[in-house]
Design a protein around this ligand. Structure first.
Ligand code: SF4
Ligand code: SF4
Length: 150
């Protein structure tokens, strides 16, 4: 079954109770990000508009919506498909570009070197080094460079 059809089928079981939105930590910090609204918009045919919206990148993938949904809707899969579709269309969030840049430069998603000073103050050794060459090799095989920040 195509991904699009799978999502439509999943969402058709949603009865708009709003439990996902009430449970969502991203929702607490953003008036724009609202899981139940996103499910409705997809069912009403606004998927393409959502793909272009920066809102879809706010999901923290914490799974709280899935754990509490009385209908077993895998909402995170819906968000991931929207994000995948966005990337296929060349729309990549700034946060993702930054994470990709860090990954390709030092092998970590975050700049761990920033924390070395704090670690030293606490008597801890510097952050472990990642195998950057291995990461670059993998990134090349997965055509990962398109995520990179310009
Ligand atoms: S909790 Fe589940 S059924 Fe309720 S609105 Fe969210 S996705 Fe739909
Ligand atoms: S997985 Fe995303 S949508 Fe679901 S509760 Fe967590 S932040 Fe909200």
């Amino acid at each position: 079954m195509a991904e699009n059809e799978k999502i439509q089928k999943t969402l058709q079981t949603c009865f708009a109770c709003g439990v996902c939105s009430a449970s969502c930590p991203a929702r607490r910090f953003s008036d724009e990000f609202n899981p139940v609204k996103i499910t409705r918009l997809i069912l009403l045919g606004y998927k393409n508009e959502l793909v272009k919206s920066p809102t879809i990148w706010l999901c923290a993938k914490c799974n709280a919506c899935i754990e509490r949904c009385p209908r077993g809707v895998a909402f995170v899969d819906v968000i991931i498909e929207l994000q995948n579709e966005a990337v296929r269309e060349g729309i990549v969030s700034d946060q993702l570009k930054m994470a990709a840049k860090n990954l390709l430069e030092n092998g970590w998603l975050y700049r761990l070197s920033d924390s070395d000073e704090a670690r030293a103050e606490m008597g801890l050794s510097p952050s472990p080094k990642a195998d950057v060459e291995a990461v670059k090799k993998l990134a090349k095989r997965r055509d990962f460079n398109k995520f990179r920040e310009e």
